[in-house]
Design a protein around this ligand. Structure first.
Ligand code: ZN
Ligand code: ZN
Length: 338
């Protein structure tokens, strides 16, 4: 029977067998090859992001379509794929569509389940079910480990879908960790001047290799960003710290009428946010979540070698507990099903 790594309580993962999944209408079952651990998984694991348990986490994955339900094009069978995380009424081909899907906001589908997060078992397992409309084929020649970065890269791209840039902007990324470094990379690809802020020297150095022109410690950040921006502050400050006070740091670095782009999903409320400064400086707060998979796959294909260096370790599914524990200390941890 297929194995799953199930989160049964905070910080507790139990490996057990589950009866084989059966595809219902407009669903595909994917035999998972590789799944990535991200900050959201860590928040689910710690219990800071409370969801109904038990749950199989894992929403960044690659595998092969092994069976399909009625209504799914049988050309998908056997293809190597990844999948978007929102199983929406559009992705299930339901009719009528919910209001959000009708107005083209499917990521916010009112009837969605979210693979590995909300009411939908994920990919820390040998098999996962997804709605057919979430599927994306992996280009031939792309390694599965690299393809497992599609979802986080798409999430990084979404930062600039919600806050478009022309390339003239100064973008500060606080917390260039597993997601933040991808945001540094994307902002630099778009031609922006990128400054990363991190306590870790290794992360500062790495962000320079991924396109930042400056990398500062939190202590240097305020003066450093002011100096670079003629005293004004940065056009966009991305909070990718994964910490509830990241937004406060961001507020000290953003220019008047600038944008704070929030990427932290730690599940905890912001601490000590100076609302008055937010109002007086006319700052825009912009969240962003899931992004364009097609574009992410194209960028991954072009920059495979470089992006692969972000993967810090790979463990078998049986070590899911250890993988989640060590992922708090390292960057991209992958699980492999073998
Ligand atoms: Zn994720
Ligand atoms: Zn919908």
């Amino acid at each position: 029977m297929p194995k799953i790594a199930q989160l049964t309580a905070a910080r507790t993962i139990v490996i057990h067998d589950r009866p084989p999944l059966i595809a219902k209408e407009n669903e595909a079952i994917i035999g998972v090859e590789t799944a990535g651990v991200c900050g959201t998984d860590l928040a689910l694991f710690s219990g800071d992001y409370p969801v109904p348990l038990p749950l199989v986490c894992g929403h960044e994955f690659v595998g092969r379509v092994q069976s399909i339900g009625e209504g799914v094009d049988n050309r998908w069978l056997g293809r190597r794929v990844t999948a978007e995380i929102n199983n929406t009424c559009k992705a299930y081909n339901r009719s009528p569509l919910c209001q959000a899907c009708q107005i083209g906001m499917s990521a916010h589908c009112q009837q969605r389940t979210v693979t590995g997060i909300i009411h939908h078992d994920g990919a820390f397992a040998e098999e996962v079910t997804v709605a057919q409309g979430t599927l994306h084929e992996i280009p031939d020649g792309m390694e599965s480990t690299v393809a497992a970065l599609t979802e986080p890269l798409a999430a990084a791209l979404q930062t600039f879908e919600m806050s478009p840039v022309t390339g003239k902007e100064t973008v500060v990324v606080i917390g260039p960790g597993r997601l933040g470094v991808l945001i540094v990379f994307v902002a630099a690809l778009k031609g922006c001047r990128v400054i990363s802020v991190s306590r870790s020297e290794a992360k500062r150095r790495r962000s320079l290799a991924f396109g930042a022109s400056q990398a500062l410690s939190p202590e240097q950040a305020c003066d450093g960003v002011k100096e670079i921006t003629g005293g004004l502050g940065a056009d966009i400050v991305v909070d990718a710290t994964g910490q509830p006070n990241g937004i406060t740091q961001a507020l000290s670095l953003v220019r008047p009428r600038g944008i704070i782009s929030v990427k932290t999903t730690c599940g905890l409320p912001a601490q000590g946010l100076d609302m008055t400064k937010l109002v007086v400086d006319e700052i825009r707060l912009q969240g962003s979540r899931c992004g364009p998979f097609g574009l992410a796959l194209k960028i991954l294909e072009e920059h495979q070698k470089k992006l692969k260096t972000l993967i810090t370790s790979t463990r078998p599914l049986a070590e899911a507990q250890q993988a989640l524990e060590s992922a708090t200390q390292e960057d991209k941890v992958l699980l492999r099903m073998d």
